[in-house]
Design a protein around this ligand. Structure first.
Ligand SMILES: [Zn+2]
Length: 513
């Protein structure tokens, strides 16, 4: 029993695929002159001791849905969490924490919130079901880990780190640990440059910082200038994270006994990206598209037994984490997660790839989904807020099924995007009626395919009518198979929590006004 390894999942929220040293492709950073500003020696060293997957993909471009996939090993239409903040995980879909808890693991999750009493978005979506302990300070992991070792219990720890998420250079951890010098330098220089009052230090919060970031963006007349400002701030945030936060995380894992006999998975839950849209307007954030720029993330696996560090360039998915853990521990997924057959199309263990073994079936495809929609949406009268995209990626191609007003959203500015998203979320929270989602594949208005080798930035997706290659036809068949049994979880229960607290948190993260 005691020989079973500890398992650690570390989400670095909004960590894009090229935002650390060893990333092989930094053309986006180069385009904005940011490669030389990125310094991540500590993460680089961790990567050099790990198996590093350069082509890992998230199954959604935002936190909640992506984590539902990370914790279940299933894609969104399989686990039922489809929208950013509407459905919760159905009870019949098991989480890794439940499975490992049943196997005797101490399961612990970290939540570093401004107000520890506030409801967390992952808790509300029920993605953290099964965790035995929740800590609000990473230092508490030391006692828990040492006690578990004394009791002969292995540990499954999930650490969700928000430090590089917007507003960049700011996090609750940074504030509580007096680590805001870099932020103030940034704020002072931007405030001076654009003639804006800086925030009052004693009142500093996520919300106040998001407001400041928005005010700066509003002053910049052109969209490219806004991207430059935000991308630069983001990269500084990653550099800051590497220097100040990551070493603390490593030290605590070592003190807790969760380093030596542990398999540590480190990844972004999604990226943060530059989005070209149908009108040539660009923005820098996440949650708005299924472009690789925001779906691709770093994935590092540290401590795999009998494995030398290596770099693997094959496409993998964050839904592969659960099957990998189950395989390592000798747990049968069909017994632990329910033998629904869904895992045939869900995640696959990463171990064959790590060990250079051939798959006994074609290389797994990756699916991702983005649902945004008002409750009043119908196909006949689409609301301007409605956007429903699904994509499948594999064999060098990507297929995008799009329902919505235009291919990309028709928002005229970064500010408009935030406002629109805000109204949508407020309406969702205020209405019991369920949004109307289209599951009928035949009603897809627009279908696009992209040859990722020829067009890696997905700037000119082809309409389905244009000389569709066989690979794309295969992808379409895979989407149809996956969506034949698509499910949606029940709506989030809003009766037991203070909506204003949730809205405050969403506002602090920049999702609502
Ligand atoms: Zn996230």
């Amino acid at each position: 029993m005691t020989n079973r390894p500890n398992i650690v999942f570390i989400t670095i929220d909004a960590w894009r695929y090229d935002a650390f040293g060893p990333a092989p492709d930094k053309h986006w950073l180069d385009r904005y002159g940011l490669s030389s500003k990125l310094h991540t020696p500590n993460l680089d060293r961790f990567a050099a001791e790990s198996v590093y997957f350069t082509q890992a993909l998230a199954s959604a471009p935002h936190t909640t849905v992506s984590h539902a996939s990370i914790m279940t090993g299933l894609f969104p239409p399989q686990h039922g969490v489809r929208s950013f903040f509407y459905e919760r995980l159905p009870m019949e879909v098991k989480t890794l924490a439940e499975v490992l808890g049943e196997a005797g693991y101490l399961t612990v999750t970290l939540r570093e919130a401004e107000d520890p009493g506030e409801p967390g978005i992952l808790q509300k979506v029920d993605v953290l079901r099964g965790f035995e302990a929740t800590i609000n300070d990473l230092r508490h992991l030391t006692t828990l880990g040492q006690q578990a070792m004394a009791d002969g219990r292995p540990v499954f720890a999930f650490l969700h780190l928000w430090d590089i998420h917007a507003p960049y250079l700011y996090s609750n951890w940074a504030k509580q640990n007096g680590c805001l010098d870099a932020l103030w330098l940034k704020v002072s220089s931007l405030a001076e440059k654009w003639g804006i009052d800086p925030p009052e230090p004693s009142l500093l919060s996520e919300k106040i910082m998001m407001d400041f970031q928005r005010r700066v963006a509003e002053r910049i007349p052109d969209v490219v200038g806004r991207i430059e400002m935000l991308f630069d701030w983001y990269v500084e945030g990653v550099t800051w994270f590497d220097r100040h936060r990551w070493p603390v995380v490593e030290n605590i894992l070592k003190e807790s006994g969760l380093w030596e006999n542990a398999i540590i998975f480190v990844y972004g839950d999604h990226g943060e990206g530059v989005h070209p849209d149908g009108h040539g307007i660009k923005v820098f954030n996440h949650g708005q598209s299924l472009l690789d720029d925001v779906l691709r993330v770093p994935l590092l696996v540290h401590g795999l037994p009998d494995t030398t560090p290596k770099i693997i360039d094959e496409q993998v998915s964050l839904v592969d984490l659960v099957p990998t853990v189950l395989k390592l521990l000798g747990i049968d997924p069909s017994e632990s997660l329910g033998d629904s057959g869904l895992h045939e199309l869900g995640g696959h263990s990463l171990l064959p790839r790590v060990n250079g073994q051939a798959y006994d079936r074609p290389p797994p495809l990756h699916f991702a989904e983005l649902c945004q929609g008002g409750p009043d949406f119908t196909l006949a009268q689409p609301s301007p807020q409605y956007l429903y995209q699904r994509c499948v990626r594999g064999n060098g191609y990507k297929l995008l099924c799009h329902d919505g007003p235009v291919l990309m959203q028709r928002y005229s500015s970064w500010q408009d995007r935030i406002h629109r998203l805000g109204r949508k979320l407020v309406r969702k929270l205020g209405q019991a009626q369920e949004p109307h989602f289209i599951e009928d594949r035949a009603t897809c208005r627009q279908l696009y395919w992209t040859d990722l080798q020829a067009d890696p930035d997905e700037l000119e997706p082809h309409h389905w009518q244009q000389d569709v290659p066989a690979e794309a036809i295969d992808l379409r068949a895979a989407v149809e198979t996956l969506y034949q049994s698509a499910i949606r979880g029940p709506a989030i229960d809003t009766s037991d929590f203070d909506e204003s607290a949730v809205l405050q948190r969403l506002a602090a993260l920049g999702y609502v006004e």
